[in-house]
Structures are given as C-alpha cells and as structure tokens.
Design a protein around this ligand. Structure first.
Ligand code: GDP
Ligand code: ZN
Length: 446
C-alpha cells in the first residue's frame, strides 16, 4: 500500500442530479463511516441509512457502501455515500468527510491509487479517463475494451514473447564456448516474425482506436454562399445534436464537431478567416491558421457551375502544401448532373449537392479513407498517441533486430530496447522485474 492518507471527493458530475456520490478512500474510511452513519456497514452491502452531521443533525438519508481493502476500486478501504444529488447537499456531505479527517482528492487520485496498488495498469488507468471523456458511442465501447484489460493482455502477450526470445539469446551469449548455432536451433528468426506480426495486429487496432479518440481535423474553405454550412449539416446527418460549437466566444466559434461512423470530425470553418481590424477577431483568426497545421484534410468548396477560379486558387496557396485536399463541386442539383468522384493526378474532385445530400456519401467514404478507417470495427482498442509512439518504437527495434541475426550481442540489445518501449504502454515491467523474471526462470528451468 503506497498511500497513507485518506482522500474524499464528490464522484458524480457537477450540477444537480437525482443521485450524487461522495467517495472516500484510505485508512480512515471505516472511521468516517462510523462518524457519518453511526456504524460501519458490512463490506460490499448496500445499507440505507441516515447521514448525520457532527451534532447528529440529519444531512440526508441515503445508501452507503463500504469496501474493505483490497477489494475496492483503489485497493484501499473505500466508502461510497449516495445521497440526493444537489450541489449544496453534496458539499455538506463532502465537508463532513473532510471534518472526519479526509483530505480533498486531487484530480485522478482515486485511479492513480488503483494503479499504484496494482488494481489496474497504466493503459487501463488511461482508459478510465477515455471512457469518461468518450465523445462517441464507438469511442466509449473501445475505451471499455481497453479498461477491461483486453489491450493490456495483448501487450502482455507480446512482452512475454519478447522476453522468451531474450532469455534464449542472452543464455546463448553467456555460453559462447558451446558454440551452438543459436539462430537455427532457437528458431530465432521465426520467433521474431511471430512477435512482429503480433505487433502489427495490435498497432492496427490501436491506431483505429486512436482515430476514435482523436478524430480527424477537417478544414472547410470556400467563398461565401458556396454551401459550407449546408455541407456541414449534411455530414452531421441525423446527429444534429452533435453539431455544437466548441466552447469559446461567439467570434471564436469556427470549429464544430460531428461524427461519421463514430469517428469525430473536427471541422474548422475558414469562413472566419476574413480580413479584419478587430483585434479580438484577429487573435481568433491567427489561432485558426495555426490549427490548419494539424489538419488532416481540407475540403475546398466551389459552385459546380463556376469551376475553380482565382479565389479558390488563392485559398489553395495559403493551405499547407502536404495537407490532403478534396475539391467539392457543390450544387449539382441545379444543373441536374450526377454525383461522382474524379481522381485526377493527385487531386480528388467530388461532385455533390449539399442541399439534397446527393453524392455526400462519396465524400463520407473518402473522408474515412483519408482517416485510414477500416470498416470492420471489431477488436478496436482505445489507444493514446503515446501508445502508438511506443508501438512504433518497438517496430523500429524489431526491424533493426531482424537485420542483426548474425550479431547476437547487437540483436539482444535491440530486443531489450524493443521490450523497454513496449513496457511503457502498461507501465509494469521495470528492468528490475526483468532480472527477477530471468532469475526465476533459470531456477525453475535449469
Ligand atoms: P456558406 O456561406 O458557404 O456556408 O453557404 P450556405 O451553406 O449557407 O449556403 C448558401 C446558400 O446556398 C443557401 O441558400 C443554401 O440553401 C444554398 N445551397 C447550399 N448548397 C446547395 C446545393 O447543393 N444546391 C442548391 N441548390 N443550393 C445550395
Ligand atoms: Zn456558412
């Protein structure tokens, strides 16, 4: 047990709700239960009891659940008090717990204790936040998969394979006089290929999950009245409620989020990018141009009847060179032409009608292609960019290792680096653990 003090916090969202929960974790949980409830309920049993102030005045009547360590979320003694979810009442209840010796918890501290007490690993701890903050149903589902440990289990399997391979190679290095053909005997190349393909599979699923989390930044450009707002509404489809301005002042609301197949699209409307002398507006505009640097794709809208003109070309010149672009020839309903997608050199043109929706599916599909989405959403893990970076590092070391089969020392070193990178995902094995692992194996095996 790492923590010594007792923390308390309102666990439910701010504002009023039918039910609100105050959560307490740490060694004083039992005493706090006795103070608030008169006695501590049996562990893991819901007890309907009066919650009382120091002078026995009734704070509220509610449900109390006590969990004895280590069988709780944090692995410590935990008390959960469920009362009516009014903000004032929640404050009174929290203050009562603080008066009984708890300290106000810091953000994420319950989950951090769960991690420190080995209830969950680092990837799972991150998934807790991702479940809570998921913007779409698909993102929530993939975060729950990660939280349940499916992602971690896959990482562990890879770690185990890597460790096995390392143990073998290191053992060969320790006994050079035996001069065994270490490569063919241990089927080293074959085992390395197994780790490699396992890594590819995990990376692919993690990348899909990351897309659900981070989404795709879409820049919408074009002259007034070409149909930018109409197109955005079409893309949003029935999920109208999701067309919400990102918080900020009205003049800053040039960014909206919608979703396609559960993938968030963050749309930056460059309609706000006009010349202005207003200082506040200039700030917003500068920010938008910076946002363009991180964009994933630009949609260049124009009136199908007019074609690409000087205005469009000057906009094009201001966009980052390597940003993927799609020309949208809008309002095809006016001259009754058919929706189509034309790929010409490196340029993609889509003819559609933002008003009738004709051809908008072609655009949806193209956006998913650019995002790199693969339609079978099965087996998607919520992953942080941090995880993807780590998995890429593992891949690099494995690739280098594959070229070093004839140099066992260097080969072993690349495996070690690969393992180190993989370790950072779940935050578990440290080099000390590896030593312990090696030691115990050798005792058992030989
Ligand atoms: P924005 O200024 O670029 O955001 O353009 P809006 O989306 O506000 O559209 C400007 C006008 O063009 C509105 O009257 C829309 O109804 C109309 N409009 C937009 N898209 C289409 C389209 O595909 N066909 C037709 N006929 N009208 C459209
Ligand atoms: Zn508009």
């Amino acid at each position: 047990m790492h923590a010594v003090d007792t923390i308390a916090a309102i666990a439910t969202a701010p504002g009023s709700g039918g039910i609100g929960v105050v959560r307490v974790s740490g060694p004083l949980s039992r005493e706090i239960a006795e103070g608030v409830l008169g006695h501590c309920p049996a562990p893991r049993h819901a007890a309907y009891l009066p919650f009382q102030d120091a002078d026995q005045a009734l704070i509220d009547q509610g449900i109390a659940i006590y969990y004895a360590a280590p069988f709780s979320y944090t692995g410590e003694d935990v008390l959960e008090l469920q009362a009516h979810g009014g903000p004032a009442l929640m404050q009174i209840l929290l203050k009562r717990c603080l008066a009984l010796g708890a300290r106000q918890a810091e953000p994420g501290e319950f989950t951090r204790r769960a991690y420190l007490n080995d209830k969950i690993d680092l990837a799972q701890a991150e998934a807790v936040a991702d479940v809570i903050n998921a913007a779409t149903e698909a993102a929530a589902r993939s975060a729950v998969r990660s939280l349940s440990g499916e992602f971690s289990a896959r990482i562990h399997l890879l770690l185990q394979q890597l460790i096995d391979l390392r143990l073998y190679v290191e053992a060969c290095l320790d006994f050079p006089e035996e001069d065994i053909d270490f490569i063919s005997q241990g089927r080293v190349a074959e085992k390395l290929a197994t780790v490699s393909s396992g890594l590819d599979a995990v990376f692919n699923e993690a990348r899909q999950g990351n897309l659900l989390r981070e989404g795709l930044q879409v820049v919408l450009v074009g002259q007034p009245n070409v149909g930018k707002s109409s197109l955005m509404n079409q893309l949003a489809g029935e999920e109208v409620a999701i067309v919400t301005p990102i918080a900020g002042t009205t003049r800053d609301t040039i960014k909206n989020s919608i979703q396609i197949n559960g993938i968030p699209l963050h749309i930056i409307d460059t309609a706000g990018l006009r010349e202005t002398s207003d200082e506040v507006e200039q700030h917003g505009i500068a920010r938008t141009w910076r946002a363009l640097e991180n964009a994933g794709v630009a949609l260049l809208l124009l009136d199908a009847a007019h074609g690409i003109g000087e205005m469009e070309k000057s906009i094009l010149d201001r966009l980052p060179q390597f940003l993927p672009k799609i020309w949208i020839h809008n309002k095809i309903d006016l001259d009754s032409t058919s929706p189509q997608i034309v790929i010409d050199n490196n340029d993609t043109h889509i003819h559609l009608s933002a008003k009738t929706g004709l051809g908008v599916d072609l655009l949806r599909q193209q956006l998913l292609n650019i995002a790199g989405w693969q339609p079978n959403g099965e087996g998607v893990f919520m992953a942080r960019t941090r995880h993807l970076v780590a998995l890429k590092q593992v891949r690099e070391h494995l690739d280098i290792a594959a070229d070093l089969l004839l140099q066992p020392e260097l080969f072993a070193e690349e495996l070690r680096l690969a393992q180190e990178a993989l370790n950072t995902v779940t935050g578990e094995f440290t080099p000390d653990d590896l030593l312990g692992e090696i030691f115990s194996r050798f005792c058992i095996g030989k």
